[in-house]
Write a protein that binds this ligand. Structure first.
Ligand SMILES: [Zn+2]
Ligand SMILES: [Zn+2]
Length: 344
């Protein structure tokens, strides 16, 4: 249970009872997510609205029971779900911006033994895990759907140069997806371990940020004729890095800001640069049922290999330690196992 930043407790709570349209899932594995780490450190404006709240949102498991009115799902089916689903009735849903849905409510409670999946998610964002795919690997569905959302809305074409700032889970997914689209990718991060994973996932070049290293110069130097990258994607969530992203992009290029920065922060944009260089800046948040579907197919078909993203396994009782480790950037993501090992 999440109480406040820095205060997450292991408690015995009643097993959830699936309501109308809901399914009760016995958790096989959960994953730590950068969003959980941020929430643990500083809270979250949209993810958690009331406390104490169940915590964790990436999981795979087996349906234990179904609520009244559920026809398409049966107990015993191995499933993975996204952590929200749009209402499809509000203005934003109608105009096709489902990640801006006014009625988006987030499912938390993956760091537990059981979770009740709300009807709206059951209808739109619940998938049967393909045979032979482990719960923890399937649980990559939600973050991958976010990265897919960033990529499908950024015009990355074959032969483009793409700079990805950040080699956490989402940055690494961007590296993989941009490479998959035929782009040449450079990845910028502070951690040499993470950059090694970026190279494994297809990055042609990496820039390790350290004292005396000018990341902007390094990216521009790598790009053709020093023009700057065609597209730059920020996947950390730091205003200084948003500013750097604008210095790395070529004239007429695109900057996608995916990392969520702390509430109340701002960043500066050179108006001359923005206008006379015709730079497009775009913020992208979360996922949509379409990008969840694409992410599911990428995992099912093996075109995105989940292995490099999962750095170790921890029992549920050590979830705080795992979040701290994730926060210290030791490894990429951690698998969290329920105490009884979960369903077989
Ligand atoms: Zn996540
Ligand atoms: Zn809506």
């Amino acid at each position: 249970m999440f109480y406040e930043p820095g205060d997450v407790r292991i408690e015995d709570v009643p097993e959830p009872v699936p309501g109308r349209g809901e399914v009760l899932v016995r958790i096989g594995s959960a994953l730590t997510c950068g969003t959980d780490v941020k929430t643990f450190k500083r809270g979250h404006p949209t993810l958690i609205k009331e406390v104490p709240s169940p915590f964790g949102h990436e999981f795979g498991g087996t349906i234990e029971a179904v609520g009244e009115g559920v026809k398409d799902w049966r107990p015993g089916t191995r499933v993975v779900a996204a952590n929200s689903a749009p209402c499809n009735r509000c203005y934003y849903c109608k105009v096709g911006d489902q990640s801006m849905c006014e009625n988006l409510s987030f499912l938390n409670g993956a760091f537990a033994e059981y979770i009740a999946v709300p009807a709206r998610i059951v209808e739109q964002n619940l998938y049967e895990i393909p045979e032979g795919v482990e719960y923890s690997r399937a649980a990559l569905l939600e973050p991958l759907a976010c990265a897919v959302h960033g990529i499908v809305r950024t015009p990355v074409a074959m032969g483009d140069t793409v700079a990805v700032i950040g080699a956490g889970q989402i940055g690494l997914m961007f590296v993989r997806l941009a490479t998959e689209r035929g782009a040449r990718v450079v990845c910028v991060d502070k951690s040499s371990d993470r950059l090694a994973v970026a190279r494994e996932l297809g990055a042609e070049e990496t820039v390790e940020v350290a004292e005396g290293v000018d990341a902007i110069e390094a990216v521009r130097g790598w790009s053709s004729e020093g023009r700057g990258a065609d597209r730059v994607i920020e996947a950390v969530g730091q205003p200084e890095l948003w500013e750097q992203a604008l210095q790395m992009v070529r004239k007429g290029g695109d900057v996608t800001l995916f990392g969520g920065a702390p509430s109340g922060t701002t960043f500066e944009v050179d108006t001359e640069l923005l206008h006379y260089s015709q730079i497009t800046i775009r913020g992208i948040f979360h996922h949509t049922p379409y990008t969840v579907q694409v992410a599911f197919e990428l995992l099912r078909s093996g075109r995105v290999d989940p292995e490099p993203f999962i750095s170790g396994v921890r029992p549920l009782e050590d979830v705080v330690e795992a979040l701290e480790q994730h926060g210290r950037q030791e490894g990429i993501k951690y698998e969290i196992c329920p105490p009884d090992g979960g369903p077989s």
